[in-house]
Design a binder for this molecule. Structure first.
Ligand code: UD1
Ligand code: CA
Length: 455
């Protein structure tokens, strides 16, 4: 179910597309359905339907997805009624909500197991404050009799702390028959899906409750504050899972993964780091405080010093074994650093490969360049890769030494072992082994008199 408006989000974006852990809430739900091996996944859309459908098709292209529209939204029973024609008669239907992203596959497997494909299986939870939720009404022998919505509940029923989480498993054949019997004669004038519990009891179909204890698994999002709370819950889970793998997080509460982070052995991550997209950290990698790493692969032993920003976007960034990056470095798409490369403070690297042992330690720009091994690239030097219309490549062969404050006007090749004098603006390629200097010759005029102010 993903038709709801989410008025309290006060956002132009449909609620179910708001991200948790870098992924739309409804996409989490689809990924869970996928992991459960769902034969078919039917999404009920309404508010922002076109946007939701486009986003979800992209999120889970492998799922056998079907979309049905619910216009207007007349309640959860009405929502599932729209989906009914898309459900095979021999299906087992699992009802999930697009704004409840953190339900685990294990919990749902347990729910399915409890129902055994025969019963109406309800996922329930006991809450100290059950206000607002549907209550699980049981008979003296404990058998589930009904779900009563908060607004329809008597004072005695409101005292019940066991609530319906909004998740159920039900054989399609029963579900379809019961949906046809729903009415909206209740406090909210809605078609309640939860009324099918009464029908099951009347028809002698067993109703089982599978009870869980972690509220985060079934928590929905109605407001930015609830979204933030679930984001923390999601991050806490991810941090816990990584620590169980041996990753050392200096503070799991100051750690964010908005995508997928894979780590080798002995990885250490300092506080306030954000990982986005697909990030791989090899064995022994250390990431300093306040780094943002997106779509990159950091090889074993490399150290990323504090305040470094790495964003590989679509192309990716690779950092080689034992390399040193930062503090305050910026690696952009196509940066490919070899082993033992050093990239220091305020150095920007884009679409550039650097061979083993090369160093650019201070205040420099390397864009669209192929840099060999053991190159030293001086402070303040830049590749002038853009002529205003096109980008051109700079090639710096092995063992070149570029002094400080040089401008390398591309296209240009610096021959192996060459040296470039500081302050040079090079527009022509240089021969191997040569010293190249391209700047005004230094002149000193003896006893120079500075001009004086006219009176
Ligand atoms: C529902 C349950 C309640 C349970 C609670 C758990 C019913 C009648 N009540 O409450 O017992 O404790 O969930 O959170 O089912 N939706 C649609 N179309 C609609 C109405 C809702 O798609 O016409 C979607 C919403 O976007 C949401 C989900 O269904 O994703 C649940 O709706 P919501 O209004 O949050 O739940 P309640 O009806 O309040
Ligand atoms: Ca409602």
């Amino acid at each position: 179910m993903a038709a709801g408006k989410g008025t309290r989000m006060k956002s132009s974006m449909p609620k179910v597309l708001h991200p948790v852990g870098g992924k739309a809430m409804a996409a989490h739900v689809l990924a869970t359905a996928h992991a459960l091996g769902a034969r078919r996944t039917v999404v009920v859309t309404g508010h922002g339907a076109e946007r939701v459908e486009a986003a979800l098709r992209q999120a889970e292209p492998e799922l056998n997805l079907a979309f049905v529209r619910q216009e207007p939204q007349l309640g959860t029973g009405h929502a599932v009624q729209q989906a009914a024609p898309a459900l095979a008669d021999d299906a087992l239907v699992l009802v999930l909500s697009g704004d409840v992203p953190l339900t685990t596959v294990q919990t749902l497997q347990a729910l399915l197991a409890a129902g055994q494909g025969q019963a109406l299986a309800l996922l329930t939870l006991t809450l100290p404050d059950p206000t607002g939720y549907g209550r699980i009404v049981r008979a003296a022998d404990g058998a589930v009799q009904a779900i009563v919505e908060h607004k329809d509940a008597s004072p005695a029923q409101r005292a019940i702390q066991e609530i319906y989480t909004g998740i159920m498993a039900v054989p399609a054949q029963h579900l379809k028959a019961w949906l046809a019997r729903l009415d909206n004669h209740n406090a909210q004038g809605e078609y309640y899906l939860t009324d099918i519990v009464r029908f099951a009891v009347a028809d002698g179909v067993p109703v089982v409750a599978h009870t869980i204890t972690d509220p985060a698994e079934v928590a929905g999002v109605n407001s930015p504050s609830q979204l933030a709370a679930l984001e923390r819950a999601c991050q806490a889970r991810r941090a816990q899972a990584l620590m169980e793998q041996g990753v050392r997080l200096l503070d799991p509460a100051r750690f964010d993964v908005r995508g997928e982070l894979r780590c080798g052995e002995d990885v250490e991550i300092d506080v306030n780091c954000v990982f986005e997209g697909r990030v791989v950290l090899g064995a022994g990698v250390r990431v300093g405080a306040h780094c943002v790493l997106a779509n990159c692969e950091i090889a074993a032993g490399a150290v990323i010093h504090p305040f470094t920003h790495i964003d590989g976007e679509a192309t990716g960034v690779r950092v080689g074994t034992d390399a040193r990056v930062g503090p305050f470095a910026r690696l952009r798409p196509g940066a490919d650093l070899g082993a033992d490369v050093h990239i220091g403070n305020f150095v920007e690297v884009k679409n550039t490969t650097l061979g083993a042992g090369s160093k650019a330690n201070h205040l420099a720009y390397l864009g669209d360049a192929t840099v060999g091994a053991r190159v030293n690239y001086g402070a303040g030097s830049i590749t002038a890769n853009y002529d205003g219309a096109n980008k051109h490549r700079t090639v710096i062969e092995d063992d070149v030494h570029v002094g400080s404050n040089c401008v390398l006007v591309a296209p240009i090749t610096l021959g192996a072992g060459g040296t470039v004098g500081g302050g040079s603006t090079l527009t022509k390629s240089t021969p191997a082994g040569a010293l190249s200097v391209a700047r005004g010759k230094q002149v000193s005029i003896a006893n120079w008199q500075r001009p004086t102010k006219k009176r």
